[in-house]
Design a protein around this ligand. Structure first.
Ligand code: SF4
Length: 379
């Protein structure tokens, strides 16, 4: 049991809180203030900044700051996939930006160069926009997630944001929420009235990558134990092998993680699982080289993809995908598997079918998210 006064390891570098003046008395700000005050970080200074401040300046080495911001943009967005490849087409609920953890391959390094973790404190605006979108036609189904510009649960210990979202969505049965994370925080669980409308999700990788390229995150065992707790409570979980990295020993590494999964879960408890090869915008490579000199996988053989991102040569991707799919199928996985941002040719060569055969990837995942095929896998 965690000492309630101790922040989880990934939040212990927080050294300052900024709050927009107009948000200083918001429920979210009050909650963060109360939770920090009850923790070993009670002395962290709070600075109220003028209403509407877009960026706050904070530069204290490795330390991080929270900024509770009044966000003026759209809270519900489309996933920035590309038309060149099959995209899963889910919708993003934008709750904040940046992440307290540090994975060498993380795309967020290219987006956010500072150590300020932004949280949209104007939750009333968020819920108004979501109610308009989800309530307009209750027969339209939505598959949504928060883990695009941040980790869904990284700040949950202080903000309770996902728990608020789960509570709000209890009244919207046409929405399935995926909470994607690399840490363990299950404090949102008892807020869910319907276990079939929340999909707790964890990213997985080979043990070597988890140990050498992901920092301040939970271990694979911790993630899988958490997934089992969710499954035992009636939730279906999602797992994501993304990014799959080509490194010496990748076969043994990915085989080990795949085998571990089924020590904790059965295939029917997994709603879907993505496989995505490491992809990298050109401007991200020098940032990774700078921030994580040990990350030699960036010097692998890459080609520019149709989306402008560098990706591993196709024969190498196919080799990794085929190996992993074969192993996963050996454990009983089948149509839960999908590729993130790959062409029909790759699907056909590895899986033997294309998204079109599934009625389109977005439709297929929507169906799986809502649980229509639970327990009976088509051949
Ligand atoms: S946990 Fe996710 S969002 Fe956070 S640094 Fe790692 S890859 Fe990026």
């Amino acid at each position: 049991m965690t000492d309630p006064a101790q922040l989880p390891p990934h939040l212990r570098r927080i050294a300052q809180v900024f709050v927009d003046e107009s948000m200083a008395d918001s429920p979210l700000a009050r909650r963060v203030r109360k939770r920090l005050a009850a923790s070993t970080h009670a002395q962290v200074p709070w600075t109220v900044v003028p209403a509407g401040t877009d960026r706050v300046l904070f530069d204290q080495g490795d330390a991080q700051a929270l900024y509770l911001k009044d966000y003026k943009g759209k809270f519900l967005r489309f996933c920035p996939g590309t038309r060149a490849y099959h995209c899963c087409a889910y919708r993003i609920i934008h709750i904040g930006e940046n992440c307290p953890m540090a994975c060498s391959y993380c795309i967020l390094q290219a987006y956010f160069q500072d150590r300020v973790l932004k949280i949209w404190a104007n939750q009333d605006d968020l819920f108004t926009q979501l109610a308009d979108a989800f309530g307009a036609d209750r027969t339209t189904r939505f598959r949504v997630g928060t883990g695009e510009f941040t980790d869904s649960l990284a700040l949950e210990h202080l903000t309770g944001y996902s728990r608020d979202l789960v509570s709000f969505l209890n009244d919207h049965e046409n929405v399935v929420l995926e909470l994607k994370s690399k840490v363990v925080d299950l404090s949102w669980m008892d807020a869910a009235k319907r276990t079939d409308r929340v999909l707790p999700a964890w990213s997985l990788n080979a043990p070597f990558i988890n140990e050498h390229e992901e920092f301040h995150v939970s271990t694979l065992t911790q993630r899988l134990k958490a997934a089992r707790i969710c499954a035992q409570a009636g939730f279906r979980v999602c797992l994501h092998f993304d990014p799959i990295i080509h490194f010496p020993g990748w076969r043994e590494g990915y085989a080990r993680t795949i085998d571990m999964i089924f020590d904790y879960l059965t295939p029917s408890q997994i709603a879907y699982m993505s496989l995505g090869s490491f992809r990298c915008m050109p401007q991200l490579t020098p940032i990774i080289a700078d921030n994580f000199p040990q990350a030699t996988y960036i010097y692998n053989e890459f080609v520019p993809g149709l989306d402008g991102k560098a990706r591993l040569l196709r024969p190498l991707r196919l080799e990794q995908f085929a190996f992993m799919v074969n192993r996963l199928r050996g454990h009983g996985m089948n149509r839960q598997l999908y590729f993130c941002m790959e062409s029909s040719e790759v699907w056909q060569q590895v899986l033997g079918y294309t998204p079109k055969d599934l009625g389109g990837l977005a439709n297929h995942l929507m169906t799986r998210a809502f649980g229509a095929q639970r327990g009976k896998e088509p051949a």
